[in-house]
Design a protein around this ligand. Structure first.
Ligand SMILES: Nc1ncnc2c1ncn2[C@@H]1O[C@H](COP(=O)(O)OP(=O)(O)OP(=O)(O)O)[C@@H](O)[C@H]1O
Ligand SMILES: [Mg+2]
Length: 239
């Protein structure tokens, strides 16, 4: 479970995340939506302790990320798939990450198999396509078999097979009882993947609902999103 309590992040005059409070429950995929600059990635960084909140807090299973003793076993995340050391092989990249949490080579081989990269495990990451890097990032997130998973636009760059694969993977991870928070701009895909939806606009919570509730009130999830975010002028309007 993820819980945000009045989470706020300012960068000078920009309020990137503005008094955000909501819970993300285990057992289903929660879609994290909002226009460019709405604060989704910032929120994910705050949950992961990669950035410090200006006020409020983000809790993972009741604790702040910094106080987790073996974070990789509790939270896994893919934020930016291109942020990998290109000189290493996929296997060595994951092995280095795994070693920091006492995870061994067997689990590395397992997650590479799971994401479909076993055949290129010994190839340098520098030669990977964007879709392959996304898969590698997902493998990294899964290393510690964590109960909470955060994915920032993991569908970017994936081919149609890959998009369907992500959908099935997200749903099966949630069905195993994990908490899955997934950001994306692809509404039709999100409607197929997520059960619950959180929508941000200008750093604020615009909607927290189920896909079914939204599609009962609007013709489609995309229509719901357009209507609910219509008044949110983006790009970090200074306030
Ligand atoms: N390190 C930073 N320094 C200054 N401003 C930042 C920083 N990180 C984010 N911002 C600002 O915070 C706001 C929210 O950005 P964020 O990246 O969280 O949005 P997003 O919802 O992830 O958008 P996108 O859909 O484009 O990925 C934007 O106005 C952005 O310019
Ligand atoms: Mg983002």
């Amino acid at each position: 479970m993820i819980e945000l309590q009045h989470l706020t992040k300012r960068y000078d005059a920009t309020v990137a995340v503005d008094d955000l409070s909501f819970k993300v429950e285990p057992g289903h995929v929660t879609g994290f939506l909002g226009p460019n600059g709405a604060g989704k990635s910032t929120t994910l960084r705050l949950i992961l302790g990669l950035d410090a909140p200006t006020s409020g807090q983000a809790l993972v299973d009741g604790r702040r990320y910094a106080s987790l003793r073996k974070p990789m076993f509790e939270v896994g995340a893919l934020l930016d798939a291109s942020a990998v050391h290109g000189g290493r092989s996929a296997f060595n990249h994951l092995l280095c990450l795994a070693a920091t949490n006492g995870i061994g080579a067997t689990r590395v081989a397992e997650v590479l198999e799971l994401v479909g990269l076993a055949s290129v495990a010994r190839k340098r990451v520098a030669g990977f396509s964007l879709g392959m890097k996304q898969r590698l990032g997902i493998a990294a997130a899964l290393l510690g078999d964590p109960g909470v998973l955060l994915f920032d636009e993991p569908v970017n760059g994936l081919d149609p097979d890959g998009v369907r694969w992500i959908r099935d993977l997200m749903r099966s991870l949630a069905a195993e009882g994990r908490t899955v928070l997934l950001s994306s701009h692809l509404m039709s895909e999100m409607a197929l993947t997520a059960e619950r939806i959180v929508i941000l606009g200008r750093g604020r919570l615009v909607a927290h609902s189920t896909v079914n509730e939204l599609t009962a009130r609007y013709p489609s999830l995309e229509d719901a999103y357009m209507a609910l975010t219509a008044s949110s002028v983006q790009f970090g309007a200074a306030r």
